[in-house]
Design a protein around this ligand. Structure first.
Ligand code: NAD
Length: 475
């Protein structure tokens, strides 16, 4: 069921022969799924050479023709969605229904960018002097290096590849070594759809070595990274040497503000579903829950009951609602966070333990009473732990919501239009969800402020991230 893994360089799939390999693990069983070939330094150079060579032909291909290839890839991804989703669940752990949803949205992302690139208009600006024509021309930035994480192995490569290719750029993608099979399947769909050799390249390896080598190459004109803030800062420093454009989708730490006038049932149901999606390993996952003191007890009671009732297991089993964490590092981090929370007065209302089996399972967990210094409040949790605290006044909760370095997503539940507006204006985040936690679609901009990064993916902004602006004055 899990296909052999390959690099993809200059239109050719390359297997493990003669290369360093690493094991890919099923996080639900701890078993080895396959061996992943690492790109050698020569492979990495070949991938950049191929992307640089292919750029001239791909940028000259009309947006219409590029769109046709991307639409074909989207169709193939949809046709193969069950198989790709099974691969995704096996290597990443999320439940099959979530994996399939992610694969189908990834197909939509290719379609949407294909269409948007056909509407990528420049403009004419009236000249100050008679006979002078002033034009703004839009051009692709060039060959790009794209780095994607393990938590959304289909969606994050799709966002970057679809926008880059639609804009006329070429790409070297380094997808996450933990979840390579999904990236290989996406690239196979692009290959089968007729993407010319060199336009897309896929490599794996030791992340720090791969990124250092790729970013140092002058032909690479744009870096897009999704992952943790410390790694993002490191890549920004590397990119600075070549003054390369960057898009940084880094960690979040999303607050949820549940006001006194909120629809309590809607708030609890939406928060439980979003918090435990992908076992909490989502950068826009609701992370810090601030509930008005008048609703605090019923919210905690209902949230904990629904969390405790979730069915945990292998993501391919019927009825399972939450799978394992993606790797052993996350389990260690959950245990450290809970020890620290308890040292800061926290009480575990439900959960709190690793589930003792071969995989990396952790109980859905609710913590109350941890003081503001607990790392659960200050650091991104990226796992199935929900800290909940009461608040009194809106100004106070806005201060607590904004008092972290991250600013990716923020959420609030209220039925009052004035409160809603104050929250929408006051929350420091790139995306705000009001009575609704769905803030990511192919057609809407997705990105953060503060240490959550800069630049957007999705929407027209996601395409602009791969385009240069050229102003032409013609007398
Ligand atoms: P990590 O920082 O070790 O790795 C995060 C991702 O960056 C991985 O995919 C990894 O392969 C890649 N990476 C690491 N070093 C790199 C380098 N020098 N060059 C290029 N890529 C590099 O963290 P982790 O233990 O895998 O995950 C833990 C944290 O990462 C989480 O707490 C979360 O904050 C963050 N994270 C965020 C997202 C997101 O969607 N923004 C996704 C995954 C992980």
């Amino acid at each position: 069921m899990y296909e052999p893994l390959h690099l993809y360089i200059d239109g050719r799939f390359i297997g493990t022969e003669g290369r360093v390999t690493e094991d890919v693990i099923d996080p639900a069983t701890g078993g080895v799924l396959a061996r992943l070939p690492h790109a050698s330094p020569a492979d990495l150079d070949a991938a950049v050479d191929a992307a640089a060579r292919a750029f001239a032909g791909w940028r000259a291909t009309s947006a219409y023709d590029r769109a046709a290839v991307l639409h074909k890839a989207a169709t193939l991804i949809r046709e193969r969605a069950d198989a790709i989703a099974r691969t995704l669940t096996m290597e990443q752990g999320k439940v099959f229904a979530e994996a399939k949803g992610e694969v189908l949205v990834s197909a939509d992302i290719f379609d949407w960018n294909a269409e948007e690139a056909r509407r990528s208009y420049g403009r004419v600006i009236p000249g100050r002097v008679a006979g002078v024509h002033q034009t703004v021309v839009i051009e692709p930035v060039g060959a790009t290096a794209l780095f994607t994480p393990w938590n959304f192995p289909a969606l994050t490569p799709a966002r970057k590849l679809a926008a880059a290719l639609a804009a006329g750029c070429t790409a070297v993608l380094k997808a996450a070594e933990e979840t390579p099979g999904t990236a290989v399947a996406l690239v196979r769909a692009l290959h089968d759809a007729g993407v010319p050799a060199g336009v897309v390249n896929l490599v794996f390896g030791v992340p720090a070595q791969v990124s250092a080598q790729l970013i140092a190459r002058p032909e690479i004109r744009k870096i897009s990274f999704t992952g943790s803030t410390p790694v993002g800062k490191h890549l920004l420093r590397l990119a600075a040497d070549g003054v390369k454009r960057t898009t940084m989708e880094l960690g979040g730490n999303a607050p949820v503000v549940v006001c006194a006038d909120a629809d309590l049932d809607l708030a609890v149901k939406s928060c439980v579903a979003a918090k435990f999606r992908n076992a909490g390993q989502v950068c826009i996952s609701p992370s810090r829950f601030f509930v008005h003191e008048s609703l605090f007890e019923p919210f905690v009671h209902s949230f904990a009951a629904q969390a405790a009732a979730l069915k945990i297991g292998h993501g391919l089993e019927d009825g399972v609602q939450m799978g394992p964490l993606a790797h052993a590092r996350r389990i260690d981090e959950m245990e450290r966070l809970l020890d620290d929370a308890q040292a800061h007065g926290g009480k575990i209302v439900t959960g709190g333990r690793r589930i003792q089996n071969a995989g990396y399972f952790f109980q859905p967990t609710v913590v109350t009473g941890a003081d503001d210094k607990a790392r659960l409040w200050t650091h991104e949790i990226f796992g199935p732990i929900a800290p909940i605290a009461p608040f009194g006044e809106l100004d106070e909760v806005l201060g607590r919501s904004n008092g972290v370095e991250a600013g990716l997503a923020a959420y609030a539940f209220t039925r009052d239009v004035h409160t809603s507006r104050r929250l929408m204006e006051g929350l420091e985040a790139g995306m705000v969800g009001l009575n609704n936690l769905a803030v990511s679609t192919p057609e809407t901009p997705f990105g953060g402020v503060k240490e959550s990064g800069h630049g957007q993916e999705g929407g027209a902004e996601g395409l602009h991230a791969y385009q240069n602006i050229k102003f032409v004055s013609e007398a």
